[in-house]
Design a protein around this ligand. Structure first.
Ligand SMILES: Nc1ncnc2c1ncn2[C@@H]1O[C@H](COP(=O)(O)OP(=O)(O)OP(=O)(O)O)[C@@H](O)[C@H]1O
Length: 300
């Protein structure tokens, strides 16, 4: 049984290269306003999961707020998946792909309001080769870009931009993929294969407009080429992309194979170069506090 008034705030002090006191102080004030008992845990990068599991056991929070990036959100999600503990997101990372997907507002007071609100939804999580995925994983040119970005030294959007052209020029794509689902095996080739639980990347590009995060399914999307007109369309919320540009398969289970090893990333973290990926929807859901508009769209 969770203690309704106990709330945990998990802060990653290094995420997004930003000072966190400007986030923590207003959260402390709002928790006092609402008579919550707030405990703060600062991540160290070492054994954080064990430490958070132990605090959860100890104070039985009804909610955990995360002030960090996608990596910290994923860490907390692993601790609370399948429980009644609600996740509240205060985006404070470099890319914030998960927050962008949920259309979280830009200002801190609005973010705190949503993170503490009763507008909650149980969302799907995916297991991909034993890693948890809440957002989007992909094989190909985007993962290659993330790998190059991580070793480049220039952070933020400029770093991605500076890496994008050499990455495209030096890429081994197109790659050949075989996608096995319960409906059979599909063969296709492309520059990028995305496994999408969510709708859009942290850049705002909507690659999976019809995907729902609470339908027990995910989409495998094979992008065939670098068609700049089609890529431009993804900047809208409901892009009507040509089937010559993207091939979409909706499923709850898949094994994806390729003839060569391909760069692979999950939720913005470069995993390595691999040629086989097994994906399934987790039986347990993740309870998240979200903007009303997002919940309405997904529950309609
Ligand atoms: N105190 C710390 N010192 C060094 N590294 C830390 C510390 N706390 C957490 N980390 C590391 O931070 C990483 C997670 O960062 P996170 O994803 O939250 O932020 P980000 O990378 O800036 O944002 P995003 O994932 O949105 O791009 C993990 O690798 C974790 O081990």
């Amino acid at each position: 049984m969770n203690s309704e008034n106990n709330i945990l705030l998990v802060v990653n002090p290094i995420s997004g290269d930003s000072e966190k006191s400007t986030i923590i102080t207003p959260i402390i004030a709002e928790a006092e306003n609402r008579n919550f008992n707030l405990k703060i845990y600062e991540t160290s990068g070492e054994k954080d999961k064990e430490a958070i599991d132990s605090i959860i056991k100890d104070i039985k929070p009804s909610r955990i707020l995360v002030a960090g990036g996608d990596g910290t959100i994923s860490l907390v999600a692993q601790c609370i998946l399948g429980t009644e503990i609600c996740l509240g997101i205060i985006p404070a990372g470099s890319a914030n792909g998960i927050a962008v997907n949920f259309n979280l507002p830009q200002t801190l007071p609005e973010q705190i309001e949503i993170a503490l609100s009763d507008c909650t939804m149980n969302i799907d999580a995916l297991y991909i080769n034993d890693h948890l995925c809440l957002h989007i994983a992909d094989l190909g040119i985007n993962a290659e870009l993330i790998k190059n970005y991580e070793t480049f030294g220039v952070r933020g959007k400029l770093g991605y931009f500076l890496q994008s052209i050499p990455t495209i020029l030096n890429s081994d794509s197109p790659y050949h993929f075989s996608i096995e689902t319960k409906d059979g095996v599909v063969e296709d080739s492309g520059i990028l294969l995305a496994i999408a639980n969510a709708n859009k990347f942290g850049t705002g590009a909507t690659i999976n407009p019809s995907g729902k995060m609470n339908d027990g399914k995910f989409e495998v999307l094979i992008f065939k080429n670098l068609d700049f007109i089609e890529i431009f369309k993804t900047m809208g919320d409901q892009p009507d992309m040509s089937s010559d540009f993207v091939h979409s398969i909706s499923t709850d289970n898949a094994i994806i194979r390729s003839t060569t090893k391909i760069p692979f990333q999950i939720d913005g973290e470069f995993i390595g170069e691999i040629n086989e990926v097994t994906v399934s929807v987790a039986r347990e859901k993740l309870l998240v506090a979200l903007p009303e508009k997002f919940c309405k769209l997904h529950l309609s």
